[in-house]
Design a protein around this ligand. Structure first.
Ligand SMILES: NC(=O)c1ccc[n+]([C@@H]2O[C@H](COP(=O)([O-])OP(=O)(O)OC[C@H]3O[C@@H](n4cnc5c(N)ncnc54)[C@H](O)[C@@H]3O)[C@@H](O)[C@H]2O)c1
Ligand SMILES: [Zn+2]
Ligand SMILES: [Zn+2]
Length: 384
């Protein structure tokens, strides 16, 4: 089968790899019809993680079930399903508590938790930017879709990761009706966080970025764009809130945060939030941060420290303000069913962020443009 294979920093190829197949009686095999490129793929694509060469990317996957293992009871051949990016068992201590983002069974390193398709440090699972995907514990993992699945793939595929992840950011930030919420990052995840805050009835939502196309999408869904190459976001937010700051905030950028000139500083967005969010406010941090960053030594302001995943955080101010920060991968299964039903009921259209639908063969060009945040490349979906 064809798959998007990582060959080294900024080098991928669509090549033939052995067909994915049923390996365990609980597996299902999915013919991928839609698979997204994510900002998380870009950290790996740029060589800024431990992702191994020869592996396949792709953790935002949906498709049609083509085979099921002998122990599978619920999922049927022919059904359209969307798969959480987290690979999880459903029966370990963490999965039982709903923390499928920290599954203990599927992570091979005994002192770690959590697994994912096509992801650095998250187990050996191949990604779905390929014609076929093996899905462990298919009955637990798969979210089945209704009759409109094939026609509305650009909406439903967002349930694999970024719609639940954006929603999770607002949950960790405690966003309630009427709240004033600031979102750092207008990429796909930031836009989904803004969309979720608006769905929840937030009174005012700001999105901070410097790409006009992304800020225009934020405005389109009813958020207030802040271009940080022209304005100081903290000043704008304090001016609008009697100097108090936003009720809460979401970090949707991650450790490769940079200033508008491109200078990286992994602490930049979190420090902006600590400043822009009021006393006792909550911050939901879904942007990815890593325990070791191979490129951090030369690329980051904190250099040596950053290479070990250490940030120069304004912790004193955060403590003084009594703020809390929630962190980590999103437990997709906690939200995907409810969000699916919002889509099915016509209440949510997360596919509004899709700028490009391309065949799998064009993955190299798609990665290049999305990685450079070229104008108009807000979210790419691939159709194998
Ligand atoms: N926690 C999870 O489960 C989860 C899931 C999916 C993605 N992620 C992570 O979320 C982050 C965002 O993903 P994405 O797909 O939206 O990526 P993206 O890289 O396309 O978007 C990030 C945006 O942040 C902007 N940005 C950079 N520095 C900034 C700054 N200092 N201030 C404001 N904006 C800034 C960029 O211009 C860009 O538009 C990534 O780190 C990704 O790995 C986490
Ligand atoms: Zn993703
Ligand atoms: Zn588990």
């Amino acid at each position: 089968m064809k798959a998007v294979v990582y060959q080294g920093p900024e080098d991928i190829a669509v090549t033939d790899v052995p067909d994915a197949r049923i390996e365990d009686p609980n597996d299902i095999l999915v013919r991928i019809t839609t698979t997204n490129i994510c900002g998380s793929d870009l950290h790996m694509y740029e060589g800024r993680t431990s992702f191994e060469t020869g592996r396949t990317f792709g953790h935002e996957n949906m498709g049609e079930v083509v085979e099921v293992g002998d122990a599978v009871r619920k999922v049927k051949v022919g059904e359209y399903v969307v798969l959480p990016f987290n690979v999880s068992c459903g029966f370990c201590k963490n999965c039982e508590r709903g923390l499928t983002n920290y599954c203990l069974t599927m992570q091979p390193e005994p002192s770690f938790a959590g697994a994912a398709f096509g992801f650095a440090d998250m187990g050996p699972y191949q990604g779905g930017q390929a014609e076929l995907l093996r899905v462990p514990y298919g009955d637990f993992m798969a979210l089945r879709l209704g009759e409109d699945a094939a026609e509305r793939q650009t909406d439903y595929v967002m349930l694999a990761d970024i719609f639940p992840t954006g929603y999770h950011a607002t949950e960790m930030a405690g966003v309630k009706p009427g709240d004033q919420t600031v979102i750092m990052g207008g990429g796909p995840v930031g836009l989904m966080a803004a969309y979720s805050a608006i769905l929840k009835g937030a009174g005012r939502v700001w999105v901070v970025d410097r790409h006009p196309d992304r800020l225009a999408l934020a405005e389109k869904i009813g958020a207030i764009p802040i271009d940080d190459s022209a304005q100081d976001p903290v000043e704008v937010i304090k001016d609008a809130t009697l100097g108090l700051g936003a009720d809460n905030g979401c970090e949707c950028v991650g450790y490769q945060a940079h200033d508008p000139q491109g200078n990286e500083d992994g602490a930049l967005t979190l420090n902006t939030l600590i400043d822009a969010v009021r006393f006792t406010g909550k911050i939901g941090c879904v942007g990815v941060f890593v325990p070791s960053d191979p490129g951090g030594r030369e690329k980051q302001r904190a250099g040596e420290l950053e290479a070990e995943g250490k940030l120069a955080l304004d912790f004193g101010m955060m403590w003084f303000k009594g703020q809390t920060i929630g962190t980590g991968q999103c437990p997709v299964k906690k939200y995907n069913r409810a969000l699916r039903d919002l889509i099915a009921g016509g209440r949510a259209h997360p596919g509004f962020i899709v700028s490009h639908e391309l065949p799998l063969d064009r993955a190299p060009e798609a990665y290049r443009n999305f990685d450079r945040r070229e104008k108009g490349w807000t979210k790419v979906v691939l159709h194998p």
